[in-house]
Design a protein around this ligand. Structure first.
Ligand code: PLP
Ligand code: COI
Length: 344
């Protein structure tokens, strides 16, 4: 396991898979987790009858490791990813990955791939992808007899092509993401397969990503295909849409705290009837691990583009400040008074 940094052009990385040296895996069978291990092959051999292949018994998480200016490798609130994976596993009738195993998996995998962790100031991060899948022979619709928890990592740059803190656009299409009592608030792989078409339609309209309204009435703002939404209203309030079918994002939860504590804003979590409120929105933003904080310049809805702050061509001050505070904390560039970062 060499710790010498890989010679990558860190600043020009996009968000794609790069094969790193090691991945972590642990198997569950007959009611127990077996000890986990690091392996070097990225190829998995699975039974053709596995429920993950047919019935999408699969879930995942996403978090980032970053290097601080003094050389520490930091994770941001990983216990929240572990809790969310446990909730998703329960919803998909899969065994919970205990916190000790989850943390062992991500820390061992990051340490073993230290050479791939982007240096401080490079603009890149190490994306960590834990996932859990149902394996073994199973034709009928039943939970799998075996599971694998696996973690791989890849150095990444910005998620959207525009890169860094730059404007993106979203489009509301005819395709829904999640039903009220469905799996929308869990990180089930199937949610993302169901969203591919919306993303494709959004891309055809020239948008970076799909924006979803609630599937019941198609009125209330839900989230984007790969990120949550936040709004700064013209009255200065900071609002995040409330819904039982959106992913409870770690980033969203964190910026709610930062908007209140650090920016002194009044915050609200409530349903947002998009068409009724669109004229009152000053800044529209997307937030998530991969998306970080992405200002949304314009949204396509009801056959036209609606522009936000600065005619959709400027980044609003709240979005910019939140980006600064959040990313400085995540990168260890300022003291973490919240205890959100942990050293690997
Ligand atoms: N919503 C969706 C659909 C996502 O895929 C993500 C990304 O993980 C988020 C929201 C944001 O969640 P988090 O901030 O925990 O990454
Ligand atoms: C993340 O932000 O970690 C996600 O899982 C989004 C994914 C679609 C890349």
């Amino acid at each position: 396991m060499t710790a010498e940094k890989k010679q990558l052009d860190w600043g020009s990385l996009g968000f794609s898979y790069i094969k790193t040296d090691y991945r972590f895996r642990a198997r569950w069978s007959e009611g127990h987790w077996q000890p986990g291990e690091l392996v070097d092959s990225e190829i998995m051999e699975v039974h053709e009858g596995s429920p993950v292949l047919h019935y999408a018994q699969a879930c995942f998480e996403g978090l980032k490791a970053q290097t601080s200016p003094d050389g520490r490798i930091l994770l941001f609130r990983p216990e929240l990813n572990c809790q969310r994976m446990a909730q998703t596993a329960e919803r998909l009738v899969m065994p919970e990955v205990p916190e000790a195993l989850f943390m062992q998996g991500i820390t061992e995998c990051i340490r073993a791939n230290k050479a791939w962790v982007p240096p401080s100031g490079s603009g890149a991060s190490l994306y960590v992808r834990p996932f859990l899948i149902g394996l073994g022979e199973n034709l009928g619709l039943r939970p799998a007899p075996e599971y694998e928890f696996r973690v791989f990592v890849a150095p990444v740059g910005p998620y959207y092509k525009s890169g860094g803190l730059s404007l993106i656009s979203l489009a509301v299409t005819d395709v829904d993401r999640a039903a009220p009592k469905g799996t929308g608030r869990f990180k089930a792989g199937a949610n993302y397969a169901g969203g591919l078409m919306a993303t494709q339609l959004a891309n055809q309209l020239g948008a970076n990503e799909a924006l979803y309204l609630d599937a019941g009435e198609r009125r209330f703002l839900e989230e984007a295909g790969s990120a949550n939404i936040f709004l700064v209203m013209k009255n200065g309030k900071f609002v995040v849409p409330e819904s039982e079918s959106i992913l409870p994002g770690v980033t969203r939860r964190s910026i709610l705290t930062l908007a209140e504590d650090r920016l002194g804003l009044e915050v609200e979590r409530r349903p947002v009837d998009l068409r009724n409120e669109i004229e009152n929105i000053d800044e529209f933003g997307a937030c998530g691990t991969a998306a970080v904080i992405s200002p949304v310049g314009k949204v396509f809805i009801d056959e036209h583009w609606h522009h936000f702050f600065g005619d959709g061509e400027e980044i609003g001050p709240v979005t910019e400040q939140l980006y600064d505070v959040l990313t400085r904390l995540q990168k260890g560039e300022e003291p973490d008074s919240y205890g959100w970062t942990i050293e690997v």
